[in-house]
Design a protein around this ligand. Structure first.
Ligand code: DP6
Length: 309
């Protein structure tokens, strides 16, 4: 077999990864906890055996920087690999703070290993995916995933919460996560506080998950998010991923809570707002946030990355 296709879902961190303790190995400076999104997916096919690497994104030759990241990741998986053709497709916007690199590197890793006929455990696949993009290691186990060291592991929690994803700007972000986190680490005066409080946030989030305490989990999620952005705003030069409508959405989320509806916001390196809520409240939350958004999606917990053919 020299060809395989894999699917992976993006994931959204509720306790955020921002910073590296080892840049070369791509090990995180802080632990993180995420939830996979069932409704979005990256599908990637790797076919080994070509004169040179050819990478297609949504049916078109991929931009050079994207193709280079793919080739470099495949080199890490197997330094003696043959050249190959890679076709990848996201059914959601690429590079706009919607975690396309997470599902992208997870699907690429699974497809590349399967196409070469190698066997690997989920832990090994997660560790390989991490080297392409840190958040990708959490898309391998999918669902509720915790990442501390080499690989992410799934938490066996069956809890059908929802994330209302508010897309407000589909343009690629001006500063990528890797560069953004390096800048925060090097220049933010808040960096040591960020590092010192992250483990406590993850432990409290896991405890909240175990007792299905959405209010506690939501509060930790917002706190982790705002601490992460505090390191961005206080970097030199500052990293401002938000748009005016992002702030309007955050006020609307507070307004929902004031009206007794449990809703808690998180954001990544981009202006989109993702709102954690109970399944029963999702229609109300989505209806309140839709007038401010380009698009809203009610997302439910997604499963692990998998080989499909
Ligand atoms: C803000 O995983 O994209 O989305 O490891 O450098 O590729 P690299 O970074 P990446 O960073 C994601 C950061 C975040 C928070 C999170 O997903 O935890």
């Amino acid at each position: 077999m020299n060809r395989a296709t894999a699917i992976a879902h993006p994931n959204i961190a509720l306790v955020k990864y921002w910073g590296k303790r080892d840049v070369e190995a791509n090990l995180p400076a802080v632990p993180s906890l995420s939830l996979g999104i069932a409704e979005w997916r990256t599908e990637t096919t790797v076919t080994w055996g070509a004169a040179f690497d050819r990478v297609f994104l949504a049916g078109e030759p991929a931009p050079a920087a994207f193709a280079l990241r793919v080739s470099r990741h495949l080199d890490r998986i197997d330094p003696h690999r043959p050249r190959c053709e890679v076709e990848t497709h996201n059914d959601f916007p690429t590079g706009a703070g919607l975690a396309s690199s997470a599902s992208g590197f997870a699907a690429l890793t699974l497809a590349a290993i399967a196409a070469s006929g190698r066997q690997a455990t989920r832990w090994e696949l997660s560790a390989l995916a991490r080297q392409g993009s840190g958040s990708a290691c959490r898309s391998v186990p999918g669902g509720w995933a915790v990442w501390r060291d080499e690989a992410a592991v799934a938490l066996e929690v069956d809890w059908p919460v929802r994330l209302v994803v508010c897309v407000v700007d589909e343009r690629p972000k001006p500063v990528g996560s890797t560069e953004g986190m390096a800048r925060s680490a090097a220049t933010s005066p808040l960096w040591s506080t960020w590092l010192a409080t992250a483990e406590g946030d993850v432990e409290a989030a896991i405890a909240a998950l175990e007792r299905r305490d959405l209010e506690a989990l939501g509060a930790i999620c917002e706190r982790s998010t705002h601490k992460m952005f505090a390191t961005m705003f206080t970097a030199t030069p500052p990293l401002i991923y938000w748009q005016p409508v992002t702030v309007a959405l955050l006020h609307e989320v507070q307004g929902l809570r004031a009206r007794g509806i449990g809703a808690w916001a998180t954001l990544d390196a981009g202006p989109q707002v993702k709102v954690l809520c109970a399944a029963a409240d999702a229609p109300t939350v989505a209806a309140a946030l839709a007038p401010l958004s380009l698009r809203t999606l009610v997302a439910s917990p997604g499963g692990p990355a998998r080989v499909v053919e």
